[in-house]
Design a protein around this ligand. Structure first.
Ligand SMILES: C[S@@+](CC[C@H](N)C(=O)[O-])C[C@H]1O[C@@H](n2cnc3c(N)ncnc32)[C@H](O)[C@@H]1O
Length: 197
């Protein structure tokens, strides 16, 4: 589900960039990715996350996708002319990824699965496109944050089948993704890395 203008103001703000830097640093400290990897970011927004991925993990090939064509345009502009990494941005649905089975070394999700109408399909798609031992870098949010008394009125999110950490962790396991030690879980958010078994 495309985000509303209030959330767009936040995710396109310098405050969010500062948080994203911390998130990527934490994820990298949890699990490094071999240089020269093929990475995919779902729901890339304006491309700041992918820029940080490239700087931190030095992939050879990087694909960024988003459902919202306006976001993809911003990402394309931000990610133009990066040396040493072949970067491609496109409009696509995280519930029906265009990538082939077992074709990607790592998938990054910065606050996207909780925006999907069917997050379980999105998670299944992540598991499908990852190679065996591929890594899933996760920043996910729970209703305690985005559906609380204030944000629940300001933001728009799907209403059915929402997940807390318990459901999300169970679904990761069900999709063959094992959450590595060191994940940071609060009532609002999960930061962690899972590996495809
Ligand atoms: C909260 S924003 C996060 C954007 C970016 N990951 C960041 O952290 O700045 C969620 C993003 O997911 C995108 N999105 C929502 N549903 C999607 C879907 N089904 N497939 C792909 N992208 C989607 C939205 O358009 C939006 O850019």
């Amino acid at each position: 589900m495309v985000i509303n203008f209030i959330e767009r103001i936040y995710v396109n703000s310098p405050v969010h960039t500062i948080d994203q830097r911390r998130v990527v640093k934490f994820l990298k400290e949890t699990k490094q990715l071999p240089a020269g990897s093929h990475v995919l970011e779902i729901g890339c927004g304006r491309g700041v996350g992918m820029r940080l991925i490239v700087e931190s993990f030095s992939p050879t090939r990087a694909e960024a996708l988003d459902l919202d064509p306006r976001m993809v345009k911003l990402a394309e502009r931000r990610l133009r002319g990066i040396e040493g990494t072949e970067v491609a941005c496109r409009v696509a649905d995280a519930e029906k990824l265009p990538q082939a089975d077992g074709s990607v070394d790592a998938v990054f999700d910065f606050g996207v699965l909780h925006h999907l109408e069917n997050w379980r399909s999105g998670l299944a798609e992540v598991a499908r496109v990852l190679k065996r031992q591929g890594l899933f870098y996760i920043e996910e949010y729970f209703p305690h944050l985005y559906a609380n008394a204030l944000l629940g009125r300001l933001l728009v999110h799907p209403k059915e089948d929402r997940f807390e950490h318990t459901e999300f962790h169970a679904a990761l396991s069900g999709a063959g993704l094992r959450l590595l030690d060191g994940a940071r879980v609060s009532s609002s958010r999960l930061l962690g890395v899972a590996v495809k078994q």
